[in-house]
Write a protein that binds this ligand. Structure first.
Ligand SMILES: O=C(O)CCC(=O)C(=O)O
Length: 279
């Protein structure tokens, strides 16, 4: 799948852009399925998720933890007005859907598990890929929230490190509508923090005081492009203040040969074991 030059570039820069990886009809099918999931989502029942009091925090954490083995919708931070009402339609208020779309929804399963993905994962060094997480990120027009600097290894800690991100542009992504920004070569630096689950509580634990990069490169791509991200690569995206959404679908996989840390937030029960890219 990847030639030697692409593999070298990935190792040197920590990311790789593969234009035209998915055809438009598959992107359209995923966007439509996401629309249906949001339409079926009961926004009223889940309103408490964004309360800032401690009780709200607990239910937010509970909804988040449940989503490891489910399909949950999460609101944009700016979705509600001061009275707690949605500022715009539900369809334009959801930040993302996560985190087991690839295991629970047949369409997302088929999109995620293809011979091309299996070959690509192998080329990126994943010998026994384990597909933990999928997300449909909407980056809604006007209110699509910023995703701060992070390294995916903070959320999927393995020894040795192995997590790899696959970011599919379902729509064109530009600076204007909140594309990804990366720090090329930054994956050679340390892991700055890790996301720790203790029981059902979650927190970010600082590990290394190295500052986040001051220089970053925008990854402006056309719909259908796949961006592969090394788990140690610092990356982020800015808020979307444009009138266009910037939908993306992401997968995160680790290598089954590496030990999956017990403190990782995302855990699977025997009922829904983690699997690789084989259909
Ligand atoms: O799509 C975005 O805005 C950020 C996604 C991301 O950082 C990730 O999937 O690790």
């Amino acid at each position: 799948m990847l030639n030697a030059q692409q593999q070298d570039r990935y190792q040197a820069e920590g990311y790789l852009v593969l234009p035209g990886f998915k055809p438009e009809h598959e992107l359209a099918a995923l966007r439509e399925r996401a629309r249906q999931i949001v339409e079926a989502f009961d926004a009223e029942a889940h309103r408490s998720v964004f309360s800032t009091n401690d009780q709200g925090r607990r239910s937010a954490d509970a909804a988040f933890l449940d989503s490891a083995e489910g399909i949950e919708c999460f609101f944009e931070e700016e979705a509600f007005d001061t009275a707690g009402r949605l500022r715009q339609s539900k369809a334009l208020s959801i930040n993302k859907i996560g985190h087991a779309l690839h295991d629970l929804d047949p369409l997302f399963d088929r999109f995620s598990r293809t011979p091309a993905m299996a070959e690509l994962a192998a080329d990126l060094g994943l010998v026994d890929p384990q597909l933990w997480q999928s997300m449909l990120i909407f980056k809604q027009p006007g209110i699509g929230g910023e995703v701060g600097w992070h390294q995916d290894a903070s959320f999927f800690d393995t020894a040795p490190r192995s997590v790899t991100g696959f970011w599919f542009a379902l729509e064109d992504a530009s600076i204007d509508n909140g594309c990804l920004w990366v720090a090329p070569g930054g994956h050679h630096g340390p892991l700055r923090e890790r996301y720790v689950r203790e029981g059902d509580r979650l927190h970010m634990e600082p590990l290394d005081a190295t500052p986040w990069p001051t220089q970053a490169l925008p990854v402006e791509v056309a719909a259908g492009t796949l961006v592969c991200l090394h788990g140690m690569l610092p990356h982020h995206s800015l808020a979307n203040r444009s009138p266009r959404s910037r939908q993306a679908y992401t997968l995160h996989a680790t290598d089954g040969r590496a030990r999956y840390a017990e403190h990782n937030w995302l855990r699977r029960s025997p009922a829904l074991p983690v699997r690789g890219f084989a259909a």
